[in-house]
Ligand binder design. Structure first.
Ligand code: FAD
Length: 429
């Protein structure tokens, strides 16, 4: 397939919409609307500046307008702002006193990224541990997919996800728990629905979030009752099931323990090549991907302002997964802004990254920024095997490397806590 070059996005979102509709046969996506959330580092920094961290710990469990969460997820996930920038801003706003709860949530992201780097793409498909309760294996039914279960705490949050690409953390927990434990759907099916729509959809945080709810990466399943929904949202006031006594969450459900409870599952360690290769010479081209779209997260862009960049909407990946237009639009706005700021500019393509990079970089040298994603290594290794040399640079670190990651967050937290909660972490390797 011939690569398609996209223009750099402007503020005119009608053009953005048309640009995607024009390439839909090459780049399949679901839906017809862009998200109301604007892409780009500028918007991420604006949100970071206006975020009131002082009310975070008290209100983060609320779902809806009363919630004081940062709404930074998509900007962090795509490398538009870094965890270190969020930490600096939050500690300064708190007059030097670290806001522990918020910083600990940033650390959860870092922890999941490290688990992903250690275990690879298997975390998206396989149980990490034996489940502690009986799990089902059903496909995702349409009433859940389209937010039509008749339960306000489920439907309103799924509809918000479908319309905006965002869902509050506590609502993610309710929806995932309902899907897995009440409807006996395979957690992988629910995780796929989230990845289709979430602007912050991330292989690590999403899969491990679902596995945590399922009890395949935690000591017990996450279950909730109606009292929890009433305390942290106003969904029940609009719910006929809550009014007429048919709410399935009136009481905690009783799920029998899994028969295989004591059997540990063999968890394959990552097998693909993850070597960080530094060719030690100046690149002719920078390959930017969706995990680090802008500086300072993208070390290649930050180190080489005079080298032109390229970003590719991956048609091979898009054909094998459902991805919503909201997600593509967010990426497009974000990378366009990044390339407008990058001194040597950049080009945006739609096509297969291996084919495009191999043809435009023939005999040249590419630099890129490392990420744990399996598809990244697949592409990088294929272009290297075809004769194009690639330097893979490390992104800026949030906390120092601590070696093998333990199987529970709190064990890892003990090793990094002092570095997370300070403006001056230990020297990063
Ligand atoms: C089933 C399930 C699926 C999830 N899928 C994703 C996903 O695909 N991508 C994703 O980034 N997060 C995911 N999360 C974690 C969390 O829900 C989101 O990070 C958070 O809701 C983003 O909103 P915020 O920026 O307003 O969060 P805030 O509460 O303001 O937190 C600030 C930042 O800390 C990080 N963070 C907070 N909570 C978590 C957490 N539990 N795990 C990992 N990082 C966290 C995020 O980067 C977040 O942006 C999932 C959680 C669950 C239970």
């Amino acid at each position: 397939m011939q690569p398609i070059e996209l223009p750099i996005a402007t503020a005119d979102r009608t053009n953005t919409l048309q640009t995607f509709l024009d390439v839909r046969s090459a780049l399949p996506f679901t839906g017809y609307q862009l998200s109301p959330w604007l892409g780009g580092r500028t918007e991420g920094l604006r949100r970071l500046a206006s975020f009131d961290v002082s009310s975070y710990a008290r209100t983060r469990n609320q779902v809806g307008p009363a919630s004081g969460v940062s709404l930074l997820g998509p900007y962090i996930r795509h490398g538009l702002i870094t965890l270190a920038e969020c930490r600096t801003s939050a500690i300064r706003k708190s007059g030097g006193n670290p806001p522990v709860k918020f910083l600990q949530e940033l650390a959860w992201r870092e922890y999941y990224q490290r688990v992903y780097a250690q275990m690879g793409d298997a975390i998206m498909a396989k149980n990490i541990e034996a489940p502690k309760v009986e799990l089902g294996n059903l496909p995702l039914p349409d009433d859940i997919r389209f937010g039509a279960t008749g339960l306000a705490c489920i439907d309103e949050n799924i509809n918000e996800l479908r319309e905006t690409g965002y869902m509050y953390n506590h609502a993610r927990m309710w929806v995932a728990s309902y899907i897995i434990h009440h409807r006996k759907v395979a957690w992988q099916q629910g995780a796929k629905m989230f990845l289709q729509h979430l602007l912050d959809g991330d292989p690590a945080s999403n899969s491990l979030g679902w596995q945590w709810i399922a009890s395949t990466y935690s000591h017990k399943p996450y279950l909730f009752d109606q009292g929890n929904v009433q305390r942290f949202s106003d969904h029940c006031s609009r719910c006929s099931a809550a009014r007429n006594g048919s709410c399935p969450f009136r009481e905690y459900i009783d799920i029998p323990p899994a028969r295989e409870f004591s059997k540990p599952l063999p968890m394959a360690q990552k097998t693909e090549s993850v070597a960080i290769v530094d060719e030690g010479r100046l690149p002719d081209l920078l390959w930017v991907h969706g995990d680090h779209l802008d500086v300072p997260a993208n070390t290649a862009l930050a180190n080489h302002p005079d080298v032109p960049a390229v970003f590719i909407f991956d048609t091979t990946l898009a054909s094998s997964r459902k991805i919503s237009l909201k997600r593509f639009g967010f990426l497009y706005e974000s990378v366009s802004e990044s390339f407008q700021r990058h001194a040597a500019g950049g080009t945006i393509y739609v096509g297969d990254p291996v084919e495009i990079l191999s043809s435009i970089a023939d005999g040249k040298h590419i630099a890129t920024t490392a990420t744990p994603a399996g598809r990244f290594y697949e592409i990088r290794n294929a272009i290297a095997a075809a004769g194009t040399s690639v330097t893979t640079l490390m992104p800026p670190q949030f906390v120092p490397d601590t070696g093998a990651v333990p199987n529970r967050f709190m064990k890892w937290w003990k090793a990094v806590e002092d570095d997370v909660l300070t403006l001056q972490p230990r020297l990063l390797s």
